[in-house]
Design a protein around this ligand. Structure first.
Ligand SMILES: Nc1ncnc2c1ncn2[C@@H]1O[C@H](COP(=O)(O)OP(=O)(O)OP(=O)(O)O)[C@@H](O)[C@H]1O
Length: 220
């Protein structure tokens, strides 16, 4: 991110990042107070929002300068996103939810073996494939959201508070799996959570307040 600024319409809150670089394969624990701008930052990195000024370069592509359709295609191919609310299509089966993500990425080679391997890696029973997303427990929905985000083997994974509904044991099991999957594929992970205990699973801690404050210091 280079000299990025963003303000929501009718809002006084401005998000500014002077210079932020993330290395390939880095696993970042992004934390900060409620309302400090973590989700907004993830939305800028996923291209759901675009900066008013400055630029976001991802995998050497001028990501924030791409047209909306090119940005959507780039996201589908290279960036996995797991939102707080998972955003599964509730009336579709788990298999259909995952296949939809593969379809948007132009991934025509999603075979059943790969789908099965992903579910096993996430410790999901295989019979969930035919269940509707709305029939799953919250913990299962979280794992399916991760499976959907990983199905295209993205270089980058953006995850927003994925463990908030899990108990401590389920949370630790989930984190171990997530990190293992990221290690296997050298996935760059940006992980937002209020749960400081989870930072042990990640390699780098970044506070959004510091990230945003560094702009004010350097621009004075
Ligand atoms: N669509 C929107 N329109 C206007 N203001 C918004 C919008 N979404 C968020 N904001 C404001 O932008 C600021 C940053 O919000 P954001 O959701 O990024 O924070 P956060 O750090 O993710 O918060 P939390 O930890 O509570 O999820 C807040 O002041 C919020 O009220």
């Amino acid at each position: 991110m280079q000299s990025v600024s963003f303000t929501y319409p009718n809002s006084k809150v401005q998000i500014q990042v002077n210079d932020w670089q993330v290395k390939q394969g880095e696993r970042i624990f992004l934390h900060g107070k409620s309302g400090s701008g973590k989700t907004t930052l993830l939305n800028l990195l996923s291209g759901i929002l675009t900066p008013e000024q400055g630029s976001i370069t991802i995998l050497d592509e001028p990501f924030s300068a791409l047209s909306e359709s090119k940005r959507d295609r780039f996201r589908a191919r290279h960036i996995g996103v797991v939102f707080q609310q998972f955003n599964l299509v509730s009336h579709l089966s788990v298999a259909q939810n995952i296949q939809l993500a593969a379809h948007f990425a132009g991934n025509k080679n999603l075979d059943n073996a790969r789908l099965t391997a992903l579910l096993i890696a996430l410790q999901l029973p295989l019979d969930v494939l035919n269940k509707k997303a709305r029939q799953l427990s919250v913990g299962q929905q979280q794992r399916v959201a991760i499976a959907r985000a990983l199905v295209n083997e993205p270089e980058i994974l953006l995850v927003d508070e994925p463990t908030s509904a899990l108990d401590a044991d389920a949370r630790d099991a989930f984190m171990t799996l997530l990190i293992e999957l990221c290690e296997v594929h050298s996935t760059t992970l940006i992980f937002v959570s209020h749960d400081a205990a989870l930072s042990d699973y990640l390699t780098t801690r970044v506070s959004v307040e510091d990230l945003f404050a560094s702009v004010e210091t350097s621009s004075c």
